[in-house]
Write a protein that binds this ligand. Sequence first.
Ligand SMILES: Cc1ncc(COP(=O)(O)O)c(C=O)c1O
Length: 381
Amino acid sequence: MQQLPKSLIEKLEQRTQNDALRQLPEQSTLIDFASNDYLGLSKNNTIFDAAHQYLINQGNQTNGATGSRLISGNHNLYQEVENYIATFHDSKGALIFNSGYDANVGFFSAVPQKGDIVLYDEFIHASIRDGLRMSNAKPYKFPHNDLGALKKLIERHKSNATEVYIVTESVFSMDGDSPDLIALTKLATSYNCNLVVDEAHALGIFGKEGEGLVQHLGLQNEIFARIVTFGKGLGCHGAAILGSPQLKEYLVNFARSFIYTTGLPPHALATIYFAYRQVQTDKENRKKLNDTITFFLSETKRLKLTTFIESDSTIHCAILSGNEKVKNIALQLQNKGYNVKAILSPTVPKGQERLRFCLHSYNTPLEISGVLNTLKKAISL
Ligand SMILES: Cc1ncc(COP(=O)(O)O)c(C=O)c1O
């Protein structure tokens, strides 16, 4: 087999020296504080059985999509599921992508044009950054959740821009916090900007039926586009962009990550559909998740763990600084049976290395007290 080029080997060695080499872990049997399966739906047999039965009743005989949606892969379930998703999210249109990564890359590489500007939160997800790299629009970042700085950027650049896009996440994946979405929407509207909100970590968690933070706050009609992903709270896979029917038509024509890829197989679509129905109807599970979050917060307060970033979402991060230190404390927690992940630089900025706790409806008070007490001890050593 041919050797990896020397320059690439050196890059890997540099990662090792920086204590930042990424390695694939084995599947964990520890108590789950790491997965995005916030509602435990990845293991929900009702969804699995309903999807399976639905396909049998439909006489479906295909395992694979057989092609791109524009060629042969546009299974008739797509229309049904997209209509359901659009209605659920009070949107005029929904377009399913194979993943949230694909949705963001597709949107940001295709929608903002030369002459447009994109103002994005500095902590925005890598998939949005990657999409922007393929765009001819000019991107500018603003400090995390800093609406004052954003306003100044709008005022500085607006007159030279054809369109202005503002991008944020309703729950930030690496911090768990949220922007002031009401104020942000007002700001975007008052300057006639197009607001785009990634709801990856809000779907299933916020809103009366788990619709996300945007609908929880009643802002859906003022937002240009929303990205919802199914691999987190819904426990399955895929994503959708919510917006106007023209936006949908535009993306079908110009989003390359939509066009040049095989569509999702029918079983994936049926699973998305029944996962949505489960989220919509199972209010008890959402309440359990909220109780878990409330208990986690009360325990961090009781134990005076002040190193956490303020958050009322499922993601709670303890900033510990330094790859070696974070890795070491994560290992101590893992040795005690808790699967907590260290988030290292360069995934987060240097000095902002952290332990990331993901909370689930199935985490018990005993597990939460246990992991936080272990953390407290590890920090004070
Ligand atoms: C905010 C955000 N957007 C998009 C994505 C990508 O979604 P997916 O995992 O479906 O590709 C993620 C997942 O890591 C995310 O955290």
